[in-house]
Ligand binder design. Structure first.
Ligand SMILES: [Zn+2]
Length: 455
């Protein structure tokens, strides 16, 4: 007798690359059996021919303990989110995890340790255009090690937010990541919207330090007509033995805060962004495009106001996510209801709808693998992203024919359809679009090296 049985599913195993009809039994939070035999549970769910697969792992997000953001992730089928990206994270990683371990959380959270905003500020760097001093750098090294000891799953660089970061700073900290066998995620230092050197620089981090490098939201960086060139740079580096991987959302339009240095007037000009290309998505100007008055007011009085830059070539999304080392991601962040970017509620359903259901870019098997096993392997989550006995029972039951994102610009948090059930650590967390448990998730501390340090 199992705690929970999911019957009559199409079971997708991204390790064996098999798809079969069967039943799955859960006991004590783990997958206890995957079988064709009739099995019985205290609670039983009929998948009725729908897909049953490991829960999605969002390798690039900013949930960072925000409940509403986590709830919207759960609605997308995400059971584990990776926060602390783009150089922005909590400083005390140990207590960040401890809070979840004590209280539970809506979904599981792993956490990157953020260099470019959090760590630089913590050691007293106030100017994003300035490099760290040797004293500041050695303090940063100490804090990075402490974060890795506490279980941070990698170092995140947000070079666009701290373009003054020196190579010394980046290489020393990335080398620490390599020594701990943790990834380095890089939000590349785009100086213009056609700046391919920024990607070469990110690839060089792997070359100089031996770290596994995860390029963040590739399409937000290079989906402006450059994606083939970007993929060529990545493929060449991989052929040379560097472990470069990347993620991408399902949109070309990206969001950040208006106070970021990339919205300085000279940077706006270099990038060719017009005020009218930028939509405000929080606060009193929510839904309005920028004009000079709003731009100046927000930059001065409300630099944390979020905006979306309308840019990019839609087809480049599909090209990017076709790559065997591409993973879907949300770049989600904390917003009040009615505010934000549709990526917060739409990304994964949109990925399955467009990539599998409508465009036949990926098979369902490959789409599931990229959303589950590939991020699990990349990050070293040995018990996640896999559909076999002994693995964490993080599971999604969905209908590939009806899965549908409803979020859009102006309607950013509309919930998706077509996801029947989501289980987190063996507990039913979402049933037919309704929250069933808000504390089934826990901390995902990384304690082992994910890859061998080679330099
Ligand atoms: Zn991000």
């Amino acid at each position: 007798m199992f705690d929970i049985v999911i019957k009559n599913g199409i079971l997708i195993d991204p390790e064996k690359l098999t798809r079969s009809k069967g039943n799955l039994g859960i006991l004590d939070g783990k997958i206890a059996t995957v079988t064709k035999q009739e099995i019985y549970g205290t609670e039983e769910f009929d998948a009725d021919g729908r897909i049953v697969c490991p829960g999605f792992i969002d390798i690039h997000g900013h949930v960072d303990l925000n409940s509403y953001c986590a709830e919207l992730s759960l609605h997308q089928g995400i059971t584990t989110t990776v926060g602390g990206n783009c150089g922005l994270s909590p400083l005390d990683i140990d207590s960040f995890f401890a809070v979840q371990e004590k209280n539970g959380f809506i979904i599981n959270q792993a956490e990157m340790f953020g260099h470019s905003i959090s760590l630089r500020e913590a050691v007293g760097i106030t100017n994003p255009l300035k490099p760290a001093t040797p004293e500041q750098l050695s303090r940063m090294e100490y804090l990075v090690e402490k974060a890795f000891e506490a279980g941070a799953c990698g170092l995140s660089l947000g070079l666009a937010y701290a373009p003054g970061s020196s190579n010394d700073e980046i290489y020393k900290l990335s080398k620490l990541a390599a020594r701990y066998g943790r990834i380095v995620s890089v939000d590349t230092r785009m100086r213009t919207s056609i700046d391919m050197y920024s990607l070469v620089e990110a690839v060089d981090i792997a070359r100089q330090t031996g770290a596994r490098v995860q390029i963040s939201h590739l399409v937000y960086q290079y989906g402006t007509g450059l994606i083939n060139e970007a993929i060529a740079v990545i493929n060449k580096a991989r052929a040379d033995g560097m472990d470069i991987r990347f993620d991408s959302g399902m949109y070309t339009q990206w969001a950040t805060h208006i106070g970021a240095v990339l919205f300085d007037e000279d940077s706006m000009e270099l990038n060719g962004w017009k005020l009218d290309d930028i939509l405000v998505i929080t606060g009193k100007y929510n839904g309005q495009r920028l004009n000079m008055d709003i731009y100046r007011e927000l930059r001065t009085n409300d630099p944390h106001a979020a905006v979306i830059v309308f840019t990019g070539v839609e087809d480049e999304i599909y090209t990017a996510l076709n790559h065997p080392y591409a993973m879907p991601s949300t770049d989600t962040g904390a917003y009040a209801p009615g505010e934000g970017h549709p990526q917060i509620a739409g990304s994964f359903p949109r990925y399955f709808r467009q990539m599998v259901g409508e465009r036949y870019e990926l098979t369902i098997m490959e789409a599931v693998r990229k959303a589950t096993l590939l991020p699990a392997e990349t990050l070293g989550f040995h018990t996640k992203g896999r559909l076999r006995e002994g693995m964490d029972a993080d599971l999604v039951v969905f209908d590939i024919k009806s899965i549908m994102d409803k979020a859009d610009f102006g309607l950013p948090d509309a919930k998706p359809e077509g996801i029947d059930y989501v289980f987190v650590n063996g507990k039913l967390a979402l049933a037919k679009g309704q929250l069933a448990n808000i504390a089934a998730g826990t901390a995902v501390r990384c304690t082992e090296p994910v890859y061998d340090y080679q330099i």
